[in-house]
Each structure stands twice: as C-alpha cells, then as structure tokens.
Design a protein around this ligand. Structure first.
Ligand SMILES: [Zn+2]
Length: 500
C-alpha cells in the first residue's frame, strides 16, 4: 500500500451515524449494522466500513486539487450483524480488514489510481503463493463503473464463479454473461390475460423504495428463456438508476425487491396493474409494445449465466468455448465509487482561483478481508498434519526445537541460532519452542502450526569436531524435507538454507 503512495491511519470503530443518515446507508442497511445508543439515547454505530468517516475527514482538509491524489488505508476491526456467521473466521460478526480509500480530482485520474491499486492487489495475492483468481464484478452499464473481486478457489466457498478456459474470462455468477445456443421466441405483443407468458419464464418482483414524498412501489416482470433464473440483483440496480433518473426515487434510497410467488403471480390480472416495468432477457425475442401502463427497459443479459453457456468474448473472436463454474471465497474487492459519497458529504474543491460550485472528488474503495483470508488460505494449504502456511502468512517462518529442554548446552545453541537469524531478514520471524514438553509432541505441533522451517538442536549439535543441525522444511501433502547442515554454515550463511 505504501509502495503506491498510500498513508496509514486509524479511524474510530464507534461511529456517529449522522453522515450515514445523509448517504442513506443508515436506513438502507436492512439490519446488518450493529446499532447502539448511549445514555442520552443518541444513536451510535459499530463501524461496518468507513466510507462516510474517511470522506468527512478528507472534506475537512481539502482546499485545492493540488493536494490530490490522496490515498489512505488502515488495518482494523469491523462489525457486521451477519445473518449466518459460519466456519470460524470465514464469516464472522467481528473481523479484521485492510481498507484503502482514494480521492482524485478527475475520473481519468481516479481510473489511473484504480489500476495502480488493482495491480498492487494482484502482487499481494501473488506473493502469498496460493492460487487466486481475479473476477470481473463490473455491472457493465452506465459510464465507467469499475470493480473486481479477488477469489481463492475452494470447494467450501460461498461464491460461484464462471470461468472460460479459452480466454481466462472470470466473473461472479451474479454478473457473468454467457451466450446461449439459440434465441427463445414468444409471439405476444401485449400482456392481456396474464403476466406469465407461455414460451418464456416470467419472474414477477415487487419493489419498494423511498421517494421525495413518501414511497415508490410497484411491480416488475423479467422474461427469461425457460428454466433460466432471472438476475434480480441486476434488475434491482437498473431499476433503481432509472427511477432516480426520473426523480421517482430518492437519490440516496435503497430499493427493496421481493419475488412474487408463482401462484400469486399467476393470478394477477394485467388490467389491474397500475404500472409494470418489463425487463426482457437478450436471449428472448419478444415484441411487447410500450404503453402508459408498460415501461419496456432496454434488452440486456437478465438471466443468471450458467455452466455450459458459451463465452461471449471467445464468440466475438470467432472461437467457441463454454463456461464452467467453480466455488470460491472472496478475499478482496476493488471498487470505483465515483462521487457517490463525496457529493453527498461535500468533499470537494473549487477550481483554482474561482468561485462557484465545488467539484466533488472522485473516489475508490479497496478492501482485503484479513481474517477471512487466513481462513481461506488455511483451507487451501492444509493436510492431514495441519497447515502448511505460505511463508508470507506463517506466524513465524522458523521454529527452533531443542530435543531436550533440561540440557543447558542445547538451550545455548538454540539461543545462538535465534540471535543470528533475528539479526537478518528474519527479524521477528523466529521462535524457540522452549515449552516443557516431549520432543515428539513439539515436532507434531510444529507441523500442525505449519512453520515453513523447523531447526532441530540435538545430541549431534554438541559434537566437538562438527556440530550438526537438522532442518525440516514443511511441504503440503508430503513428509518434511530434511537436511543436515553444520552449525557454523547456518550461522555464517543462513540465507542459503532458509530461503524466505
Ligand atoms: Zn472465453
């Protein structure tokens, strides 16, 4: 983070929710926030994330575009009232996150920042030595939205990714696009008897959102090929944008959307529906006529892509490749925010020497879920003996184990090795197991904890002529790799034997 010009800070965990009320997230959070009150019954919030705080902080300091770009990050605790916490660190109500926020003067600059940070994220994940994939999380519509997810492929993951082996395209199921073999046709031009058509699947959803004066609510119908699930999330995003553009929905409101059960949807008489928003999937050929009562939104990929669909980018290049699906754990996310927060919280600047309106800053936010990452890497790097941590994440890279703790001579040699290693690049990364415990138990623990290297100090280390040590290198799914070396060689050039 520092290599790309970010500064570290620490924001509070106990928050005043005033700014969250302005951005609409206080009312829109649907219970996933931990809210509390002080003795005067004022609202407080346990930090679920920090966009509002950081935006206010930068707003209070920003006077000129010359101060930009600003990149600030922290590593700290966050709280979310998860409906289903599970699997220890994988999904908890309290977790540690690394979060970075960026502020730029123009969208162009913000995209440069975004690319630099996305590159840094790739380097971080590459360094860990576990197979990560970067998934497109771009909703792909309306001007310059940029977003990527960083996943570890794992059968215990909660996310489903669709990938193409032909070109490397990878996207979350919620956003992936595919191509079907043939279009599905329906002859209807009006919805007369029912909202449900014969040749295509209809999903009816009820929506509700805050408006300037009260609420806006209604129905939407999504037409997809038979047996193809509708992408409700995408419809929700597009409909929210549409209603905001037409001033029917408050700028900061969040939309609630619920599927109307089939039996109920079937009995709806189209004539009684005051207004219907229609979303036709691009694999469906349907010529509905727009009317006062019917808004037909532009055709798009409104079905959830599935395994077996054709890859769109390969098809464009004239080759054919099908998508396959894998389970994954999302450990990082980069997101271009634009002026969503800066415009509401007045975080901007006046062009040099001019009066007039402030220009809001262009923002981005970028997170790595540290506790979840540990759980994900442990999933990927365990075996029957325990965890084989990548050196970058191991609690200690080297553990020194004397075979007998009662012998002062062993302790002395262990201390000598420790002092030597701790002087070099392994500073803070070496530990001596001096617990009063049998040697066998200590070695088992060393493999369980998963130190990349264990150095054994035993009787051979006391030989006058040629004191020897044994180094065990932990390798996943294999016996440790054992090497005998002379004590003096380790003391003189440990980098040769411990390659971290
Ligand atoms: Zn492809």
């Amino acid at each position: 983070m520092q290599a790309i010009g970010s500064e570290k800070l620490s924001l509070p965990m106990l928050l005043n929710p005033d700014a969250w009320k302005k951005t609409g997230r206080w009312d829109g959070s649907k219970g996933e926030f931990f809210r509390l009150q002080d003795r005067k019954e004022s609202d407080l919030l346990l930090a679920p994330t920090h966009e509002e705080e950081i935006t206010q902080l930068v707003a209070s300091q920003l006077q000129s575009p010359k101060q930009l770009p600003i990149r600030l990050y922290q590593i700290g605790r966050k709280y979310r009232d998860e409906l289903r916490p599970r699997a220890g660190l994988l999904r908890g109500r309290e977790f540690i996150m690394k979060d970075l926020y960026s502020f730029d003067a123009t969208q162009e600059d913000a995209f440069v920042t975004y690319d630099q940070i996305a590159q840094a994220y790739r380097r971080i994940f590459d360094k860990m030595g576990v197979p990560f994939v970067v998934a497109e999380a771009d909703s792909g519509n309306i001007g310059g939205s940029k977003s990527h997810e960083y996943h570890l492929i794992s059968p215990v993951g909660e996310d489903t990714l669709l990938t193409c082996s032909g070109c490397g395209y990878t996207a979350n199921e919620e956003l992936a696009v595919g191509k079907v073999d043939q279009l599905c046709k329906d002859g209807h031009t009006a919805l007369t008897d029912s909202l449900l058509l014969c040749n295509v699947d209809t999903t009816v959803v009820a929506f509700k959102a805050a408006a300037q004066d009260g609420v806006v609510e209604g129905l939407a119908a999504i037409f997809t090929p038979p047996q193809r699930e509708a992408n409700i999330l995408k419809v929700q995003t597009l409909l929210s944008k549409y209603l905001k553009r037409h001033k029917q929905m408050s700028e900061t409101a969040t939309m609630d959307m619920e599927i109307v059960p089939f039996a109920k949807a079937k009995s709806i008489d189209p004539a009684t529906v005051r207004h219907l928003h229609v979303f036709v999937d691009d694999a469906v050929k349907l010529s509905l006529q727009a009317s006062e009562q019917l808004t037909i939104h532009p055709q798009d990929h409104f079905r959830i892509a599935t395994e077996g669909d054709h890859c769109v980018s390969c098809a464009k290049k004239g080759s054919s490749s099908r998508l396959s699906s894998v389970k994954a754990i999302e450990c990082g996310h980069t997101f271009y925010l634009g002026t969503k927060y800066s415009s509401v919280l007045d975080c901007g600047f006046r062009e040099s020497g001019r009066k007039g309106n402030k220009v809001p800053t262009e923002m981005g936010c970028y997170g790595i879920g540290i506790t979840r990452l540990l759980a994900a890497v442990a999933e990927a790097r365990h075996d029957t003996k325990g965890i084989a941590w990548p050196a970058q994440l191991a609690p200690y890279s080297v553990c020194i184990v004397p075979t007998d703790d009662r012998k002062q001579a062993f302790k002395d040699i262990a201390g000598q090795i420790y002092d030597r290693l701790a002087k070099g690049h392994l500073k803070g990364d070496v530990v001596i197991d001096d617990r009063r415990l049998g040697f066998g138990a200590k070695m088992k623990d060393a493999e369980l904890v998963g130190y990349p290297y264990t150095i054994i100090v035993g009787p051979n280390s006391l030989q006058q002529e040629q004191p020897l040590l044994e180094i065990h290198q932990r390798i996943q799914h294999q016996d440790s790799k054992k090497t005998n070396i002379e004590l003096k060689d380790l003391l003189q050039q440990h980098e040769v034997f411990i390659t971290i």
